[in-house]
Design a protein around this ligand. Structure first.
Ligand code: ZN
Length: 341
């Protein structure tokens, strides 16, 4: 096992922390895995990584299956009814750093439910939208719901130069070498001046090793420093990086969040009740209740209280959001090949 950090070359302790596999233990995917982390930059990695074939099988057949807590049936997927605050915030942030012209290209790597496409159609002028997604059924669903073209890899985009690329909770599912490769390809592919907006769980094993929950099926555990270095090595200049999302253990009634001061006492009680009920429901029931609240468009309903651990992991259950811009290949050290259609 390596003893130097692949990102900052500092020495790492190969001993590692036990990989916590709450959801997929019966598969044995992470049976002998540990998370090694760098004391200097904080990057954590699942070691050993599951092999490529096993991972592909997992994402094609298991991750979105009915038995999985992240179940998603693309055949019956509905267009998102409300505004999706996460993708609205991500795209609004990206627009602080780039100009998106009429008909420019927007790409989402790993769009999941595809909500970012609704946000993009609202925020961007007539965007030409693409998804990079492997899961069966996803392409038909994105086409049906959002008029999006789906490819299985970046190279299929050919000469379409994206102005904004979104990767929300995708990078942590990749082994580091695969992420490096993807970022280098992306830096070559993007329109000059375009930006990548990415979000990953914020997991710093130097501080969160004893307070984290489930790790599966993540392979990378990122800190601001390590994310900055990974992007820089691939030819990106980081324009923005910060944590986001409400802290998992923050009680709505604690009064420590500024927003809570505006919540009337009755609403606070309602939220506390929902939170208490939600926390006791099995994951699948919680997800069903979440979907129902979303479908009914209950704007008062704090859906996040009913939601499961989706987007809530790591020590504080917050996330890292980053905006980065490719630097010209003469400065990045990587040589780009001309794209072909
Ligand atoms: Zn390091």
């Amino acid at each position: 096992m390596e003893s130097a950090c692949p990102v900052c070359q500092s020495r790492i302790d190969p001993q590692g922390n036990l990989y916590l596999d709450q959801w997929f233990a019966s598969l044995g995917l992470f049976k002998d895995a540990v998370i090694v982390h760098c004391k200097a930059c904080g990057l954590g990695r699942c070691q050993p990584y599951p092999d490529q074939t096993t991972l592909e099988h997992f994402y094609e057949y298991v991750y979105r299956s009915r038995e999985s807590p992240w179940a998603l049936d693309f055949g019956t997927l509905r267009r998102h009814r409300n505004r999706d605050p996460r993708s609205m915030a991500q795209l609004s942030l990206a627009l602080q750093f780039t100009q998106f012209g009429i008909g420019d290209v927007f790409v989402d790597i790993g769009p999941g439910w595809g909500r970012s496409f609704k946000s993009a159609a609202e925020l961007l002028p007539n965007p030409d939208m693409y998804a990079i997604e492997l899961q069966k059924g996803a392409a038909a669903a994105y086409r049906r719901l959002y008029d999006v073209t789906t490819y299985s890899s970046l190279t299929d985009l050919g000469t379409a130069q994206p102005t904004i690329v979104l990767a929300s909770h995708s990078f942590e599912h990749l082994p580091l070498p695969a992420l490096n490769e993807l970022l280098i390809d992306l830096a070559c592919l993007m329109r000059p001046g375009g930006v990548l907006v990415a979000e990953v769980p914020h997991v710093d094993m130097r501080h969160h090793a004893n307070v984290r929950g489930n790790d599966s099926p993540h392979l990378l555990f990122c800190t601001p420093d390590s994310m900055f270095r990974i992007l820089e090595d691939a030819g990106f200049e980081t324009l923005f990086i910060d944590t986001c999302c409400a802290l998992f253990d923050q009680k709505p009634s604690s009064g420590t969040v500024q927003m809570d001061a505006t919540i009337p006492p009755g609403e606070r009680t309602r939220r506390s009740l929902l939170q208490a009920i939600g926390a006791r429901l099995p994951a699948r029931a919680r997800r069903a209740a979440y979907s129902m609240a979303e479908f009914l468009g209950d704007r008062r309903g704090p859906r996040s209280l009913l939601a499961d651990e989706n987007f809530r992991y790591g020590g504080n259950r917050d996330c890292l959001r980053v905006v980065a811009r490719p630097v010209p290949d003469s400065r990045s050290g990587h040589t780009c090949q001309p794209a072909v259609r």
